[in-house]
Design a protein around this ligand. Structure first.
Ligand code: HEM
Length: 463
């Protein structure tokens, strides 16, 4: 019975602060000490059972995964994230996951390393002319990484239709800004249907995005049916558009893949991949700027492995063990996705408790990653060495580290995110040393994802 759970009636009185790390974490650990590793938090309209015991997390995501489903995102959120893999459920989700998986297969992605390197080189090209006479430059890295990530996701999604893809993603970025503003006014029922100026712009953008995407799909179809080979330029061979279009040709009702489905999956990739990955890169750069001894250790490894190669190869990247540890530690301390939510599909036994059908379970990734009972006494410190023996042995329980989620719905883009982050950080380490700018303010904040509220200005010095 729900009543048998420890109940916290409301957290409405909690002082609101963007700087969630010290505040929310201290609330969470306080509650955990009093109420145990499963308690109910009533924050906003929906009560949620917070589950942080790794053994129960294994039940939810592995042992009894078919008894729990993703919760329904509100219509406005779905408008931002697309009606794709992130929010689909049941047979349609399984069908799309199977179709899209090859795009994110390591072999498919590795062939793209030179192109990812090109994106990073292009982004770096503007730096020399902006450098001071002493060879220094200040860069707000969260925006800078975002541009790189967007470029790479465009290549993974659109492959050889890259330039059209760029234009589409440009519009999507604009549309996301408008939809997010509408989301913030979410408390006004039906706000998204009001013909306000912003909503009208958003609707116009939506229409244009759809038109351009359908044009690209149509163009590819005509090329194929005319027997004209697709222009192959070393782009992502199994790009998202390609695998979805193949599936559209082969699938039949009730699981037919429509052009509308392709549009929604493109939106989802843009939403799910962009800010998550750029946040990982940003926090990693900030942490290395704060810990110069780890920066030096990572640089030594990159220089030893890559020699004089300006762009590390895929084999080089596989050998960068210290960098891999650093990225994991960054994902532990600052997981871009701070929580995941599941809902019980029916009355279910979870550990010793009966969970009524429809109960929402919140798995607080951020808090689990900072739980001193699951990690060592230095839980809040940056110590990449804890990952030296691999991810499974870093904490006291293998389920205590879950930045990409767990189980069948774990992140499909994990390999891409790690590959991009490794490459971008390695190239920077090869060429520059860096430190925090005097204007840097440490302010981890959550607006959907964990990001630095005041940006991340760093000062780079040419080596
Ligand atoms: C799912 C985190 C990068 C696409 C997820 C989930 C997490 C996550 C926690 C699970 C959500 C849940 O269980 O409810 C991250 C982090 C990333 C990252 C931390 C970067 C550091 C990417 C990239 C892409 C991507 C680069 C694609 C370009 C997706 C998709 C799903 C997903 C489509 C839904 C998968 C499914 O339900 O089948 N991600 N993600 N993510 N991610 Fe990522």
């Amino acid at each position: 019975e729900i009543s048998s759970l420890n109940l916290i009636a409301s957290t409405q009185s909690m002082p609101f602060s963007h700087n969630i790390l010290p505040r929310v974490l201290s609330f969470y650990h306080h509650w955990k000490k009093i109420y145990g590793s499963m308690f109910l938090v009533w924050f906003g309209p929906t009560p949620r059972v917070t589950v942080s015991d790794p053994a129960l997390i294994r039940e939810i995501f592995v042992l009894k995964s078919d008894l729990f489903e993703k919760n329904e995102s509100p219509a406005l959120v779905r408008k931002i994230e697309g009606d794709g893999l992130l929010s689909l459920k049941g047979e349609k989700w399984a069908h799309h996951r199977k179709i899209i998986q090859p795009t994110f297969h390591t072999e498919n992605l590795k062939s793209m390393v030179p192109l990812m390197g090109k994106s990073i080189e292009e982004a770096l090209a503007a730096w020399p002319e902006k450098m001071s006479d002493s060879g220094k430059i200040e860069v707000e890295v969260s925006d800078w990484f975002q541009k790189i990530v967007r470029d790479v996701i465009t290549r993974v999604t659109f492959g050889s239709s890259y330039s059209e893809g760029r234009a589409i993603f440009e519009l999507l970025a604009q549309q996301m800004v408008h939809a997010t503003e509408a989301y913030q006014k979410f408390f006004i029922p039906g706000y998204r249907f009001f013909p306000t100026k912003k909503n009208r712009i958003s609707w116009g953008l939506e229409k244009e995005i759809r038109r351009l995407l359908l044009k690209v799909i149509d163009g590819r179809r005509r090329l194929r049916s005319g027997g004209v080979p697709e222009e192959v330029s070393g782009e992502c061979p199994d790009d998202l558009l390609e695998v979805m279009m193949r599936a559209a040709d082969e699938s039949a009702p009730p699981l037919a893949v429509t052009p509308g489905d392709i549009v929604e999956e493109c939106k989802t990739m843009f939403f799910a991949g962009q800010h998550t990955t750029s946040n990982l890169m940003t926090w990693t750069a900030v942490l290395l700027a704060m810990h110069p001894q780890w920066q030096e250790q990572a640089r030594e490894e990159v220089l030893r492995v890559c020699g004089s190669r300006e762009i590390p190869t895929k084999d080089d990247l596989a050998k960068l063990k210290t960098l891999a540890m650093i990225l994991n530690e960054s994902l532990r301390l600052y997981p871009p996705a701070v929580a995941v939510i599941r809902r019980a599909k029916s009355d279910t036994q979870l550990g010793m408790l009966q969970i009524p059908s429809g109960t929402e379970l919140l798995i607080p990734i951020l808090a689990i990653h900072h739980d001193p009972t699951l990690w060592c006494h230095d839980v809040h410190e940056f110590n990449p060495a804890r990952f030296a023996k691999g991810v499974a042995h870093a904490a006291k329980h293998p389920m205590a580290f879950m930045p990409f989620g767990l189980g069948s719905r774990r992140c499909i883009g994990q390999n891409l995110a790690i590959l991009q982050a490794k490459l971008a950080v390695a190239i920077i380490l090869q060429r520059f040393s860096f430190e925090l700018s005097p204007s840097y303010q440490h302010s981890p904040s959550v607006l959907m994802l964990l990001h630095p509220q005041h940006g991340a200005p760093l000062v780079f010095r040419k080596l």
